[in-house]
Design a protein around this ligand. Structure first.
Ligand code: PLP
Length: 438
């Protein structure tokens, strides 16, 4: 079956005339899979609707935020109400105090928090704050981790850059990235060695506590504890970039799931309920170094947007209900178990990773994937065939082998079944192409 996607094709041609590459973010292009990106006109629950009226079960979820699916009643009601009362005042509101309080109650490391407008802004500000607080310049990050398109963090930065085959960006002066040191994710010994030598020069270590921008790689059992320990020993700050994992792998984020408490945390994606938002927060003594209290400057015209805050508060109400994450985790596990069964039946080497409502799929002969290098060795032809087969059968996956997938609370039995049926025929097709091209 091939879906009719004429309208998307037409819109893409027009977009190419006016928008670089036809997209407003490079990860939306189909460069990693071939073909044209789809154009969408709506979303309903677990489904995306493209401009040709095709429906797809959505595993991108706007790249993570839509943990309740598209157009959840309570989020829409909160937004509609806010629309009547104002889009922004450039001044303080009761609701932003309410969301700050909720975030501090739910995320273990947060004592104070500031709202910004994107994840990139959150990480950029957290890094500046860490440097201001410690009086040190060096930053440590991990290969395959993405922390937004901040100049100094665009070094071996995962998904978008990997898909485009451009690990580093031009336009970033070498002087900026010289202060960034890149280590291997899940290599505790490598981290310990580096800190023994340079610890007293390191302002902060920033990490995705569960890596979601090199496909999906969970932390090794001792890895996050090692990071906490080396930062304690050296007086460096530990920053968990939970822009993706916050309220996604568990209610309190990865820090609650793994019980390792960072000094600073960055948030985004889920906390805006689908609207543009980010946040950074942590220890009070550190956060009070920000203007207007302290000397680290940070500001934002639209920060704490009443619309984003209203959507975020409504979403937090729903996901705080007892059992929400158990159900989301179970549903995701059911999906992955079904995929593995069908891949095995077809004889296609395949494995998965999961935390909460977030997952990774790998066309790999490895039993489990825990390192960036293993992700890079996965079978790209198989992924591309799988992606297009799923798309043509009504399942929308991220158009890259280096992205995590997301399940929402709107994904029910019918959507899982549709997905598994599509996957079954995809694996069979991959297996038969394998046997004809050994
Ligand atoms: C998406 C993401 C960012 C960047 O957030 P934007 O809102 O796209 O700027 C930063 N860190 C992580 C871990 C992310 O997944």
């Amino acid at each position: 079956m091939t879906l009719k996607q004429d309208q998307s094709r037409k819109l893409y041609e027009q977009a190419l005339q006016y928008i670089p590459g036809g997209v407003n973010s490079p990860v939306r292009a189909f460069k990693g899979v071939g073909g044209n990106p789809l154009f969408f006109k709506g979303g309903e629950g677990a489904y995306l609707i493209d401009s040709d009226n095709n429906h797809y079960v959505d595993y991108v979820g706007a790249w993570g935020p839509l943990i309740l699916g598209h157009c959840h009643d309570q989020v829409i009601a909160a937004l509609s109400q806010q629309l009547q009362t104002g889009l922004g005042y450039g001044a303080s509101t009761e609701a932003e105090v309410a969301i700050a309080k909720r975030l501090c109650e739910l995320v273990p490391s947060l004592e104070k928090v500031r709202l910004v407008t994107s994840g990139t802004e959150a990480t950029m500000s957290a890094i500046r704050l860490a440097r201001g607080f410690t009086g040190r310049d060096l930053v440590v990050k991990f290969e395959g981790c993405y922390h937004g398109h901040v100049d100094g963090l665009l070094v071996k930065a995962g998904s978008g850059a990997l898909t485009l085959g451009e690990p580093d960006s031009s336009g970033v002066p070498r002087a900026y990235t010289e202060l960034t040191h890149v280590l291997c994710y899940n290599d505790s010994q490598g981290v310990a060695n580096f800190f023994t030598e340079y610890g007293n020069k390191i302002a902060c270590l920033i990490v995705e506590p569960v890596a979601g921008n090199m496909n999906f790689v969970p932390p090794a059992p001792e890895f996050l504890r090692t990071l906490r320990q080396v930062c304690n020993d050296s007086g460096s700050l530990l920053i968990f970039d939970e822009v993706m994992t916050g309220f996604r792998v568990a209610l309190g984020g990865a820090q609650a799931l793994y019980d390792v408490i960072p000094d600073l945390t960055t948030l985004g994606k889920v906390i805006g309920g689908g609207l543009p938002v980010g946040a950074f927060g942590g220890r009070e003594d550190i956060m009070d170094c920000i203007a207007p209290v302290g000397s680290v400057y940070q500001a934002g015209t639209l920060s704490g947007s009443p619309l984003a805050v209203a959507a975020g508060l409504a979403m937090l109400d729903v996901i705080s209900e007892p059992g929400f994450y158990d159900r989301l985790t179970d549903q995701t596990a059911r999906l992955l178990a079904g995929l593995c069964e069908r891949a095995e039946a077809a004889g296609v080497p395949f494995t998965t990773n999961q935390a909460g409502g977030m997952f990774g799929c790998f066309f790999s002969t490895e039993q489990s994937i825990s390192h960036f290098s293993q992700v890079m060795q996965c079978n790209m032809q198989h992924f591309q065939a799988y992606f297009h087969h799923m798309l043509n059968n009504g399942v929308y996956l991220a158009p890259s082998a280096y992205e995590a997938g997301f399940v929402s609370s709107a994904h029910g039995e019918a959507e899982i079944k549709l997905t598994l049926d599509a996957a079954e025929s995809a694996f069979v097709a991959i297996a038969s192409s394998q046997s004809t091209h050994p």
